[in-house]
Design a protein around this ligand. Structure first.
Ligand SMILES: Cc1ncc(COP(=O)(O)O)c(C=O)c1O
Length: 450
């Protein structure tokens, strides 16, 4: 089956294979202005062109009538240029804060390598994440083991691996560290107000200031542990940036108390919760609060370093998911939807973010009647509910969604911006493969060659 390509109603030619990256030749460097492009409107176009080409090339290579089982599985297109763009934006707005990418957000090795090559460090939550980073030859000093409740054997593993910085929010964890990793640097994780965040974290982690000052710091002193600073997280997909201000203010209170007790306080870890869409606002709040509570004199006097643990910010915009429509059921007499569509990825696969991360992936028509419609601007007049491939009724991608065409079995849909908390938490429920193929493009390198 062949497809022709439609964009804004105009068919046009493809495909420039040279625009794909060669993994063996990728070499990025932190602060290398030749590599870091100013990715403006033009590069956004170049990004969507490359994504489109990759989508078209892969789908066109599938013989839908005769292919092997699973050849038409859902797949991602990842634009590494979008990750580079995130790094560039971070450097522009928070140049004084060294990001430690939260590996849990997307464990894709190419992303981790790229971030590492740009000098980004890592936040690991478990032994496996630590090993993922160390197996790439990345130095353990670039890892913060940012899980306040760790398994004993994992703490021993961190000790053996020379991962020497972790977070703590309870007294039991201090006793565990004393026993299994007594020289580990410790950041006290304090609680934040994350009520309006997309995913709350302070319901589970973080100690209040009273507990920190009256219990944790004195016990750490007694145990002769190395309290090095404070960490917090304002919730993933944070919406209330006032909570950043309050957390930094609270952190200063802990710094003062700890310094007065003789601790060598050197690190403020402002966690994650950032998004590209609101970064100007959130980063501004960070800078205002730092200026107020961690002024230059105080910072220089104690040689304080600022770090962060962004996940979503780095990768959310870099991944587009393409799914195949495997079945359709027309609904008569429904006010809400014309039909039910069944696609080959869902909430047990790469769209687990619907359940775990409160995301609402937005579907668009990619192919219909053998034509491609990526980035096609037209009215969305057709209503569908969209379902994943498993036999579970919970596996619903969208209860009611508008699409531009009256799509049929065999057509493809795409979902942009699915890089964060998607592939990282897939299951193989019902025997469907969790891991999806990833096709890489790089709008940063293509715009540099223009
Ligand atoms: C300790 C910690 N750090 C960082 C992150 C990353 O957060 P985000 O993806 O919102 O930046 C998380 C997310 O759960 C986390 O638990």
């Amino acid at each position: 089956m062949t497809h022709s390509i439609i964009q804004d109603e105009q068919p046009y030619e493809l495909i420039n294979k040279d625009s794909y990256i060669d993994h063996n030749q990728v070499s990025f460097q932190f602060n290398n202005k030749n590599n870091i492009q100013h990715l403006n409107e033009e590069s956004t176009t170049s990004s969507s062109k490359l994504i489109e080409q990759a989508l078209i090339e892969h789908i066109s290579s599938i013989d839908h009538e005769e292919c092997e089982a699973g050849d038409e599985d859902s797949f991602f297109v990842c634009d590494l240029g979008e990750v580079i763009k995130s790094i560039e934006i971070w450097q522009k707005y928070l140049p004084n804060i060294l990001p430690h990418y939260a590996v849990k957000c997307n464990t894709n090795i190419e992303i981790i390598k790229l971030l590492s090559n740009y000098g980004i460090n890592f936040d690991c939550a478990s032994k496996t994440e630590i090993d993922t980073i160390l197996n790439l030859g990345i130095d353990p000093s670039r890892i913060v083991y940012a899980n306040p409740c760790k398994t004993n054997s994992f703490i021993r593993h961190a000790n053996q691996s020379q991962v020497n910085l972790t977070t703590v929010d309870n007294v039991q964890e201090l006793y565990k560290l004393k026993k299994y990793h007594p020289n580990c640097g410790i950041l006290i994780r304090i609680i934040t107000n994350d009520e309006t965040a997309q995913c709350r974290l302070s319901t589970k982690f973080g100690c209040d200031l009273t507990t920190c000052i009256n219990e944790l710091l004195p016990l750490a002193k007694e145990l002769d542990l190395d309290i090095k600073g404070v960490a917090f997280h304002v919730g993933s997909g944070a919406k209330d940036f006032q909570s950043i201000y309050t957390a930094i203010k609270d952190a200063r209170i802990v710094f003062d108390e700890a310094i007065s007790m003789g601790f060598n306080m050197k690190i403020l870890d402002i966690g994650g919760g950032f998004e590209r869409e609101t970064f100007q606002e959130s980063s501004k709040m960070v800078q205002i609060a730092i200026e107020q509570f961690f002024n230059t004199e105080f910072v220089n006097q104690h040689e304080i370093k600022f770090i962060a643990e962004p996940g979503r910010f780095m990768v959310a915009n870099a991944f587009t998911l393409a799914t195949h429509i495997i079945a359709r059921r027309d609904i008569k007499d429904s006010q809400e939807v014309d039909a039910m569509l069944y696609v080959n990825d869902g909430v047990y696969g790469n769209m687990n973010c619907i359940l775990f991360d409160h995301q609402n992936p937005i579907p668009y028509v990619l192919t219909h009647e053998n034509k491609f419609y990526y980035n096609h601007q037209s009215a969305k007049n057709f209503s569908f509910s969209i379902w994943g491939p498993t036999c579970d009724g919970l596996d619903c991608v969208a209860k009611s969604s508008k699409l531009s065409h009256d799509v049929a079995v065999g057509d493809w849909l795409y979902f942009p911006n699915l890089g964060a908390y998607t592939s990282a938490a897939t299951t193989q429920f019902n025997g469907f493969k969790g891991e999806a193929k990833v096709i890489y493009v790089n709008s940063a390198s293509s715009s540099s060659s223009q």
